[in-house]
Structure formats: C-alpha cells, structure tokens
Design a binder for this molecule. Structure first.
Ligand code: PEP
Ligand code: MN
Length: 272
C-alpha cells in the first residue's frame, strides 16, 4: 500500500473497507442513515425527557444534548454540567436512545464517557491535541467535528490522534466552515462528505443545524447531505426554540418539523 499522506490509520489506502461502528446494535457507517436529534443544550430533566420521547417517536436513534457548552462569550450560559449528563443518560435509557454529548477538556473525558454512549468533540476543539490523545483510551466512540477553519487533511490528522491512541471508533462530522458569506452562520461544505469518504473509511455525519444556523435551511441541507452520501445526520430540535438557553434556538427544528423531516428522509435512504 502506497501511503503518501501524513495520516495513516484514518486513510482508506490503509483500511479499504468502510468502518462500521456498532453501538448496542445501532450500526453507524453502513448503508443505513443514523439520525441524532435533540437540543443544543440539556436544560432540565423535564426538557431532555420530553425531547427524547419526541426523537424516539420520530424514528431517531441517538439523543444529542450538551451538558458542557463551548460558548463564544464567558458570560453566556455554559451548560448544566455533570447533572446534565445524568439527566441525559436517564432520558436515553427510558426512551431507548443512545446519547451523544460534547466533552471539552481532557479532565472531563472519563465522566462524560461514564454517562454518554458517544463523545462529541466540538469544532473549537478539533485540534486540542491533549483532548484527542485522551480520547484514544476513553472506551467510547467519538464524533469529531471539523474545525470551522480546518482543511480535510487537518481533520483527518485530528482523527489520526484518536485512532493512534487506540480507539478505532471515530466518526467525522462536517458542521460548516467559516467563509465570507454571512447570511448563513457557517457554510456547510457538502463536498466534504464524498471527499472524506474517498480519503477515509470512517463514517461521515453531517450537521446542517450548525452548518447553516437557520431553521428553514436544515431540511434541504439534510436531504442534500444524504444525497451526497452522508452516513448520518445530527440535528438540533427543541420544544420551545425561542426560549432555548443557548442562541441555537434559531437553528433548532420544532418537533413536528423534525418528525416530518425523518419521514421525508426515509424516502431517500433507509434509516438505521
Ligand atoms: C453543538 O453541537 O451544539 C456545537 C456546539 O457544535 P459545534 O462544535 O459544531 O459548534
Ligand atoms: Mn448547538
């Protein structure tokens, strides 16, 4: 095998078959699409329980929600912390959903791995190399978001840190990059989906919520992501988006929109 790239374990040259990550029978990376849905942030036990029920009823498999939030400003709501992890685990168990939550620092990897099924690395931490190294031994699958100014090569090298540390279960996530365009919050780079799948064997998940920052664009960009070959979607949904505790209410779907979206997506590709 000729390897000309700086990463190796993440490369398709090294590992020709698609990686399929099996989490309690939910297979991520195959022909079926995995849907992760939920609020930007865990706000209360009632909130996450109610949203979990809606994600499950719509046909989703994974409950998303941040207990630790990477906020641009230090005075903004920073998340409910470890309590939120407990609330989310309970909601996931009760409704039969896997859970995914963001971990921001190496010190919190163990506690997040104790309560969540998948650990999310946010765009701002894609090159937090101490964090990536720690994920190599966390024992849980990782969803690695592309840095908003990162190249494909940098993303794949970030994944390489986790793989090289001993964790083979890494998903790549396109969540939009920073461009000159300001109408959208970020520019969802759809080409990243086939490019990453050509360069790598790792599953590719698309995040049209952060990728556009606008609720009305989430549905078309979910469909476009599936058409481009994404292995899954991570979508923000909230029961009361206008009063959500982070600014991400404007990009969160209402529950009925989320349910209709999943019905439409089923016509494009089988869901997990
Ligand atoms: C999120 O998923 O709520 C989030 C903060 O994502 P990102 O790191 O892509 O901004
Ligand atoms: Mn968010």
């Amino acid at each position: 095998v000729k390897i000309s790239k700086s990463y190796k374990l993440a490369s398709r040259d090294f590992h020709p078959e698609d990686t399929i990550i099996d989490i309690n029978g939910v297979k991520i990376g195959g022909k079926e699409i995995v849907i992760m849905g939920g609020p930007c942030a865990v706000e209360s036990a009632e909130q996450i329980d109610e949203i979990a029920a809606l994600v499950k009823a719509a046909g989703g498999q994974v409950l998303r929600g941040g207990a630790f939030k990477p906020r641009t400003g230090p005075y903004s709501f920073q998340g409910v912390g470890v309590e939120g992890l407990i609330m989310m685990q309970e909601a996931g168990k009760k409704h039969g959903l896997l859970t995914i939550t963001e971990v921001m620092t190496p010190e919190y990897v163990d506690v997040c791995a104790e309560y969540a099924d998948i650990l999310q690395i946010g765009t701002r931490n894609m090159q937090n190399f101490d964090l990536l190294r720690k994920l190599g031994t966390c024992g849980k699958p990782v969803l690695l978001k592309r840095g908003f100014s990162a190249t494909y090569d940098e993303l794949l090298n970030a994944a390489e840190y986790i793989l090289a540390g001993g964790n083979p279960n890494v998903m790549l996530c396109e969540r939009g990059i920073r461009t000159f365009e300001s109408y959208t919050r970020n520019t969802l780079d759809l080409a990243a989906i086939p490019v990453l799948q050509q360069l790598s064997h790792l599953p590719v998940i698309s995040d049209p919520s952060h990728g556009t920052g606008r609720r009305e664009l989430v549905e078309p960009m979910c469909k476009a992501s599936i058409a481009a070959g994404a292995n899954g979607l991570i979508v923000e949904m909230h029961t009361d988006p206008d009063n959500s505790m982070t600014g991400d209410g404007v990009q969160s779907l209402f529950p009925d929109q989320f349910a209709v979206l999943l019905k439409d997506l089923e016509k494009l590709a089988p869901l997990v």
